[in-house]
Design a protein around this ligand. Structure first.
Ligand SMILES: *[C@@H]1O[C@H](CO)[C@@H](O)[C@H](O)[C@H]1NC(C)=O
Ligand SMILES: *[C@@H]1O[C@H](CO)[C@@H](O)[C@H](O)[C@H]1NC(C)=O
Ligand SMILES: *[C@@H]1O[C@H](CO)[C@@H](O)[C@H](O)[C@H]1NC(C)=O
Ligand SMILES: *[C@@H]1O[C@H](CO)[C@@H](O)[C@H](O)[C@H]1NC(C)=O
Ligand SMILES: [Zn+2]
Ligand SMILES: [Zn+2]
Length: 312
């Protein structure tokens, strides 16, 4: 498969479709440029149930990675070949994905859906699966209109920690980005009862932050669209994808480190993904975008820790 030229074709097609439906503006162009690449071949555009097209398997793999298709759903057939059948399960997974990202819930791979799937994002799943149960996340209705979710079992830091966590930069973490990450810790500190202290690499730390590449030994290899991922409370590993371009200041085509770190630290504290686009816990992030915490994020953390009322 010629990935590069098909990505380019999809890019041109998108450009053409936008020009057709409304006058092209710099905002539109900006939006397109923000996706530096398209992950899926252009010929998948318009695919729907009962189609069988080369490349459908890559959409299945993508949706399975983020929790929209169950882990026991077979993408590889018994003969070892990729299964490209757009079946009922894939259709309902596409609909779930479209619902999460507020797209038309058609089950069809339309431009908006393929575009959203090509956005850079965090690789923590949007939906978690219980072993014998339907996919689910623990969510809450305490705050009206809230969209925040928690990890399964609402994992959080135990109360004996007294909300005092230590963090360290490990494995040659780039010096230039340390201040941005520390600034993200400060922002969470100001909006919670957590207190974060940086410790040196060889001291024990609750949150360990590093730059990693590809398959880096935690069973969650980085793929092309991934910016970072973080394991929840009790684990605390926070990995940036070293193959992406990051920046301290807002820089064209680069991902703002403090913004991404705010998101990842949300995971380190126990938040999962939110469907609220303004929330820092929304899964995707465009280059040169700066975000702060939203009430959705702050409310989520306060609910998870029961209003921090067991603080001394
Ligand atoms: C591919 O998947 C479809 C739908 O799940 C299934 O019906 C079909 O048998 C699979 N193909 C092969 C060759 O196993
Ligand atoms: C949903 O579909 C309608 C009709 O096809 C289209 O006009 C609209 O732009 C679509 N909206 C999104 C968010 O894709
Ligand atoms: C499945 O979910 C239900 C309701 O959430 C729960 O009561 C039950 O224990 C779960 N079963 C398993 C095997 O996890
Ligand atoms: C944070 O916790 C440390 C102890 O771990 C304490 O010395 C320090 O004063 C605390 N900082 C704030 C701002 O509460
Ligand atoms: Zn995330
Ligand atoms: Zn990792």
């Amino acid at each position: 498969m010629d990935f590069k030229s098909s990505s380019l074709q999809l890019f041109l097609l998108l450009l053409a479709s936008i020009a057709l439906f409304h006058p092209i503006s710099t905002h539109d162009l900006d939006h397109i440029h923000k996706s530096s690449h398209f992950l899926f071949p252009q010929h998948l555009l318009g695919s729907r149930k009962d189609h069988n097209i080369e490349g459908i398997h890559s959409v299945k793999t993508y949706l399975q990675r983020y929790g929209y298709l169950r882990k026991n759903y077979n993408i590889i057939d018994t003969n070892g070949a990729h299964n490209n059948t757009f079946d009922y399960h894939l259709e309902s997974a596409v609909k779930k994905y479209q619902k999460f990202f507020k797209l038309n819930e058609s089950g069809i791979l339309d431009v908006e859906t393929l575009h959203q799937m090509s956005e850079s994002r965090c690789s923590v799943p949007d939906i978690f699966e219980n072993d014998d149960n339907e996919t689910s996340v623990t969510t809450s209705k305490l705050h009206i209109g809230s969209k925040y979710t928690f990890f399964p079992g609402r994992i959080k830091w135990p109360s004996w920690k007294k909300y005092q966590l230590k963090y360290s930069f490990i494995r040659n973490f780039p010096e230039e980005f340390k201040e941005s990450v520390s600034a993200a810790f400060m922002i969470w500190y100001e909006r919670s009862r957590f207190n974060f202290t940086e410790v040196v690499e060889n001291e024990e730390a609750d949150i360990r932050i590093s730059f990693e590449v590809g398959n880096h030994g935690d069973w969650h290899p980085f793929t092309k669209e991934v910016l970072a991922h973080t394991f929840g409370p009790g684990d605390g590993r926070f990995h940036f994808n070293a193959e992406q371009s990051f920046s301290v200041e807002v820089t064209y085509g680069k991902y703002h480190v403090r913004t991404l770190a705010l998101h990842e630290l949300g995971h380190a504290l126990g938040l999962a993904h939110s469907t609220n686009e303004d929330a820092i816990m929304f899964p995707s992030l465009s280059p040169n975008v700066v975000k702060d915490l939203d009430m959705d994020d702050v409310n989520g953390l306060w609910e998870l820790y029961d209003g921090f009322d067991d603080a001394e």
